[in-house]
Design a protein around this ligand. Structure first.
Ligand code: HEM
Length: 167
């Protein structure tokens, strides 16, 4: 039976992972890129969520806000996953043993499901409430839950660094 450890070993033992582990500058550089990209991911999602909650950009249709913002969100998300994966392979076994790291990935998954449910269900009748300053309750619930989940992702992401075994 293939174990997760067998799946990650080739990545953790790769030349790229070695270089990140050995070089004092590479990890902080990659983490800086990670922090910048997650600022864009979470910041842009917050703009959409605050519109869904009827707390900001209420003079703009919901569809216009999402259309303008989501390409930026997705591009920054790709950079966050790429930079995060590079840091991850440099110490994969220890990260998988870190509860905050695992919780962070699960919360990112939950935030994705929340947004998918919004697009599959709530957004079906969007034209009916697109221009309303206060969207219907289910759209506001999606926005509120999204904000809660992304704050939890960021908190877990930060706690990883405090709870990794030294050496
Ligand atoms: C868009 C989603 C993501 C968000 C919001 C996020 C958030 C964070 C935050 C806040 C930190 C702490 C940065 C610091 O304080 O220096 C962090 C670090 C980290 N993230 Fe992410 N992250 C995301 C995606 C990912 C993914 C997909 C992976 C891996 C597959 C990942 C792997 C890591 C690693 C390995 C660290 C370094 C932890 C350490 O300090 O040792 N992240 N992330």
């Amino acid at each position: 039976m293939l174990r997760l450890a067998d799946l990650i070993a080739p990545f953790e033992n790769s030349g790229v992972a070695d270089s990140i582990r050995e070089n004092d500058l590479l990890f902080p550089l990659i983490e800086s890129v990670h922090v910048l990209s997650i600022c864009l991911v979470v910041g842009s999602i917050l703009v959409v969520d605050l519109r869904l909650l009827g707390l900001a950009s209420t003079n703009q249709p919901v569809s216009r806000v999402t259309r303008a913002i989501l390409p930026l969100t997705w591009s920054a998300f790709v950079v966050a996953v790429a930079s995060g994966s590079l840091m991850f392979i440099s110490n994969a076994t220890k990260y998988l043993g870190n509860g905050y790291f695992v919780a962070k990935l699960l919360l990112i998954g939950a935030a994705g499901v929340n947004m998918a449910v919004f697009h599959a269900v709530s957004a079906r009748d969007l034209p009916r409430w697109d221009n309303e300053s206060a969207p219907p309750l289910r759209a506001r619930l999606v926005g509120g839950l999204s904000i809660f989940l992304w704050i939890a992702v960021v908190a877990c992401g930060r706690w990883v660094g405090f709870t990794m075994p030294v050496g």
